[in-house]
Design a protein around this ligand. Structure first.
Ligand code: NAG
Length: 294
């Protein structure tokens, strides 16, 4: 009934000769409609939907995202692991404050006495003698189960959650220390079968946890980032390309393989020489197969 009444009023108005008061009334009505209309539009309200502003307010009031029903192996909480995409070529992610300073110190403390000169996987024709100087750090392998402080267990779980690759695809942690002048010339973490022979399993990704700050030097470098420097006869020693400066507790993840399983040539990387200070890093290599098959 109300609707009908309104419509008939309009019809009547349409037929009536409009006087000055009516014109003024219309003008002010349109003016108000325009004013509120523009406010509504500026709030990005989807057609026929709920105003976005209100949705945001609701979230802020609740203070957190609402968790969804989860599966047997899922988690009941919503958590956040901040990251920055450093590059798509190679696929490299940076995780600020992945671990705390205390956690980093604990890992350095338990591995310090076990450090030995780092070794290389040798290609055909390579010997310890003719590869001297390529990798000059010292390091040790340690599994999460060998760490009485349980810090490595925590880190390993967090890496698995960040990558969604189950933790039994990871090798033991390789904890490395680079002193002044020490470095690792550019190399691939994946093993090219044409150079290393057939492989039982392949390294898919690498997660580096920087355990210390480095005063100067010691960056992780990707010389071929975005296809740069690939045709200059790069000598594998120069510190060029994308450089990531180590910061205690921060993580760096990059993929060595494309999704089709072939090696990403831009995943070539190395460690620039430490110029001042000391560099400590815990590396987790993640494979395409589980431990028993490595
Ligand atoms: C694998 O994927 C990369 C990147 O998409 C592509 O350039 C390459 O040609 C692919 N290789 C094969 C054998 O499919």
């Amino acid at each position: 009934m109300k609707g009908n009444k309104g419509r008939s009023t309009l019809v009547v108005l349409g037929r009536t000769k409009l006087g000055l008061p009516a014109v003024l009334l219309f003008c002010s009505l349109f003016c108000l409609a325009g004013f509120f209309g523009s406010i509504l539009l500026s709030q990005n309200i989807p057609v026929g939907g709920v105003p976005r502003v209100r949705v945001l307010e609701e979230l802020e009031e609740e203070g957190e995202w609402r968790a969804m029903a989860h599966g047997e192996t899922g988690e009941s909480m919503i958590s956040s692991i901040p990251f920055q995409v450093l590059s798509w070529k190679p696929r490299a992610l940076y995780f600020p404050e992945f671990a705390t300073a205390e956690q980093c110190q604990a890992v350095m403390r338990i591995t310090k006495s076990k450090l030995r000169p780092s070794t290389l996987a040798l290609r055909k024709g390579e010997t310890e003698e003719n590869t001297k100087g390529i990798r000059t750090s010292s390091g040790t392998f340690i599994s999460a189960s060998e760490d009485p402080t349980r810090v490595l267990d925590y880190i390993e779980r967090k890496i698995a959650r960040a990558t969604m690759i189950p933790r039994d695809h990871g090798e033991s942690f390789n904890v490395l220390r680079y002193e002044i002048g020490q470095r690792y010339a550019a190399h691939y973490d994946a093993f090219n079968p044409s150079e290393y022979g057939p492989q039982k399993s392949q390294r898919v990704a690498s997660f580096l946890l920087y355990l210390s700050d480095v005063e100067e030097g010691g960056e992780t470098m990707f010389p071929f980032e975005n296809g740069l420097n690939m045709d200059i006869g790069y000598d594998y020693e120069k510190c060029i390309g994308l450089k990531v400066k180590p910061r205690q507790g921060d993580g760096l993840l990059f993929y060595s393989l494309f999704t089709n399983g072939t090696i990403d040539p831009t995943s070539l990387h190395g460690s620039c020489p430490v110029i001042k200070g000391e560099k400590w890093v815990a590396t987790k290599w993640i494979r395409d197969r589980t431990k028993e098959l490595m």
